[in-house]
Design a protein around this ligand. Structure first.
Ligand SMILES: [Zn+2]
Ligand SMILES: [Zn+2]
Length: 728
């Protein structure tokens, strides 16, 4: 038998699978459907690094197992390609972002395809494709139609370096998430999406989905619903979650830039005492009414403030009834979503401004509003988009009155295209609708459990309050319009840990520690890379890359390869049978729980056991290949094709089932020693008694010569394992 050479078999099978359309999802099928989804990548100029494929491989294993279980599986891929890195690259080089995007996606596609991931490439989408963003624009117009997209002058987070307005979610510790520059507040007219209208449902409906608890907690905290009361202290209205503490309120604090006494006093309506009004930074302007009552006896921050400024602290006061103060109101930390960017590389917002008619939506027949090609990508000093400089594009005709009008020059944020992409996969070539309801119903309504949506969605923890919340909001809005079939977009959500560089640092181009999967595929093969990434540690935990550890998975696959050349027997002994069924059970359950690392180690134990034997049965070898197929699709396909049991691809064969009654061994091998030396063995029933072991062992033919003419002084027995005769 030839040596294991991944370079010979991997590209060959990848080509065959694609030609046969093996992983193409069918839009109608008698099989039950299953929709697995990974977050589509941003095709950066750096290409793929070894961290990218971890979630792709994880859900590839799930998808492959589902196909083998008889499901019609949709496992798609595409590109989330609008956004700043490409635009900044265009700024630096003057290269058209379309060309840059094309080059980057070509690289990503080639790299991902070399890993043998079972994506349905016939459904590939790209958010920067006008045929795609036509529908992003169309969906925006739905929000506009319903009054959920609106323009408002408001203080926005402004990054002076990127010259861009940022959403709250893009500001980390007061700094721009992209470049780390201190963020300024600026007043600007911005497009807003009214996500707060859905705050209650976004919080409440988390009870209906299968997400990790920490994801639910993060989203709830971000929405930040608190119930409380509005109370008037003269003309100042405050919001409090603890109206019962009103008799302890000794001052009022309004939102301000620094700690400052305003010189004013108001009357506490509960105590009729005159109390001072202060300003302080710790009160947020946009939370509640922007004013609070200070209750230093009950609130730590109020106490610190009172002590600092020598304000009275009343320790013992009578609590009031919650109901006595005003009606109950709910307040949220969540703010409406700033939905415009003053940049170039995004979806143009499809409206025109007419002096007579005001804001007028671009008619559906004129969509998409295409991004014009320009030479200078520099944002303007006034903070307007570079599009504002293209007078030929900006000046247009009002669709309503036919008079002169100007196009909106803001573009959408990079979160727009990803807020609905999972619908497009269900119907990617539709030029009449963003996706037909019929196809959405097929792919997104429940089959297995209650609830609907994408069956299994895996993505990064860092997207919990951004993409994951935004897309839930879009889904709820579209559900209310009857355009999508389920009130939640994703039934089940899981997360993977990052792959760090050797030494535990985050991989980044600037640190020069990025590992490109191309070199790993070249040296070890895609199957080894796949098995290694699943074996390296628990899937949801971050873990450091270790080049030297690739050898283990590679040797494991070489062992599998060599098993094909072993002598064959028709019989599986009882212990072999038990191990086989235990392996089926463990691997099946581990995949469902994303315990890919222990699934691989279980397969390694199975292979080591088979490797020890002179002969193995075809049945055991078949089961091994079937269980290993989702992890290492190329080597298993190659070996399967040489077995001759079937003409089909192994990836369309049935997933093995275990037999409950075979999980516990009913026979054991008992080793026989004479004076501490192994002289033979025999097979016995697993529940054989001590007495019977001692008796049966003496009757084993090859033992008798060691016992002839000897007196057995002592018999030491370990039930189920061993017996030792001590002779004189
Ligand atoms: Zn910045
Ligand atoms: Zn007009």
């Amino acid at each position: 038998m030839s040596a294991y050479d991944p370079k010979k078999i991997e590209p060959k099978w990848q080509k065959e699978w694609e030609q046969a359309g093996l992983y193409h999802a069918e839009d109608s099928s008698s099989k039950p459907k299953y929709y697995t989804l990974i977050e589509f990548p941003y095709p950066s100029g750096d290409g793929l690094h070894v961290g990218h494929p971890r979630p792709y491989i994880g859900l590839d294993i799930v998808s492959r197992k589902r196909r083998m279980e008889g499901f019609n599986v949709l496992y798609p891929i595409g590109w989330d390609a609008f956004g700043l890195p490409t635009e900044n690259y265009a700024l630096k080089t003057g290269k058209d972002p379309r060309i840059v995007t094309k080059e980057n996606t070509d690289t990503f596609r080639r790299q991902i395809q070399s890993l043998g991931i079972s994506f349905d490439w016939s459904r590939e989408i790209n958010t920067t494709d006008p045929e795609y963003y036509k529908w992003t624009q169309w969906l925006f117009l739905k929000f506009l139609e319903r009054g959920l997209a609106y323009k408002a002058k408001m203080p926005i987070n402004w990054c002076p370096k990127d010259k861009i307005g940022l959403a709250n979610e893009e500001v980390v510790d007061g700094k721009c998430e992209r470049c780390g520059t201190e963020v300024e507040k600026r007043e600007r007219k911005q497009w807003m999406l009214a996500i707060t209208k859905y705050a209650d449902r976004l919080a409440d409906d988390l009870d209906t989905v299968d997400y990790p608890e920490r994801v639910k907690i993060q989203q709830r905290n971000w929405i930040g619903r608190s119930e409380g009361a509005l109370i008037k202290f003269d003309d100042i209205e405050i919001f409090t979650t603890r109206p019962d503490t009103i008799r302890g309120a000794t001052f009022i604090v309004m939102s301000g830039k620094e700690d400052k006494f305003t010189g004013r006093y108001v009357i506490n309506p509960a105590t009729r005492e005159k109390i001072p009004v202060w300003e302080a930074e710790y009160v947020m302007a946009d939370y509640g009414t922007g004013a609070i009552m200070g209750v230093p006896a009950d609130d730590e921050r109020d106490r610190i403030f009172a002590e600092k400024h020598h304000l009275p602290i009343v320790e013992n006061y009578t609590k009031a009834e919650f109901e006595d103060y005003g009606k109950k109101v709910a307040k949220y930390k969540l703010r409406d979503w700033v939905f415009s960017r003053q940049r170039y590389w995004g979806e143009p917002i499809p409206v025109v401004h007419c002096g007579k008619c005001g804001i007028v939506p671009v008619p559906e027949s004129e969509l998409p509003v295409k991004l014009p090609e320009i030479k200078n990508y520099q944002p303007t000093e006034t903070g307007e988009s570079p599009l504002a400089n293209i007078s030929g594009w900006v000046n247009t005709i009002c669709p309503k009155c036919g008079g002169k009008a100007k196009r909106e020059t803001d573009v959408m944020p990079n979160w727009a295209g990803s807020s609905w992409y999972f619908y497009r996969y269900c119907d990617p070539h539709n030029d009449k609708q963003f996706a037909s309801l019929e196809k959405l119903k097929y792919w997104m309504t429940p089959v297995r459990q209650s609830g609907g949506g994408v069956d299994w969605y895996n993505g990064g923890m860092e997207h919990t309050v951004l993409h994951l919340l935004y897309s839930r909001f879009w889904n709820k809005f579209l559900f209310d319009l009857g355009l999508v079939p389920t009130s939640e977009p994703y039934k089940k959500r899981t997360s993977h840990g990052l792959i760090l560089a050797e030494g535990g640092e985050k991989m980044s181009k600037s640190k020069g520690n990025v590992i490109n999967p191309d070199s790993i595929v070249e040296r070890f093969g895609a199957d080894t890379l796949r098995v290694y990434e699943m074996f390296m540690g628990p899937f949801e935990q971050a873990i450091a890359w270790s080049e030297s550890s690739l050898v283990g998975p590679r040797r494991f696959l070489e062992k599998v390869w060599k098993l094909a050349g072993k002598g064959q027997t028709l019989n599986i002994d009882s212990q072999g049978l038990t191990l086989m069924h235990q392996t089926i059970k463990k691997v099946s359950e581990d995949i469902e729980a994303m315990r890919f690392n222990t699934a691989v180690s279980t397969l390694m134990i199975f292979v080591n056991e088979l490797d020890k034997r002179e002969e193995i049965s075809q049945k055991e070898f078949e089961i091994l290949l079937l269980l290993l197929a989702p992890f290492a699709p190329h080597i298993t396909e190659e070996l399967w094709s040489t077995l001759g049991v079937s003409q089909n691809s192994i990836h369309t064969e049935k997933w093995p089932k275990y037999d409950e009654s075979k999980l516990i061994a009913d026979e054991v091998t008992i080793v026989i020693q004479v004076n501490g030396k192994v002289r033979g063995k025999f097979v016995a029933s697993a529940n054989i008694t001590k007495e019977k072991i001692i008796k049966a062992a003496q009757e084993v033919p090859e033992i008798q010569k060691w016992l002839v003419d000897k007196n057995i002084k002592k018999s030491i027995c370990v039930p189920g394992k061993l017996v030792n005769f001590v002779t004189s």
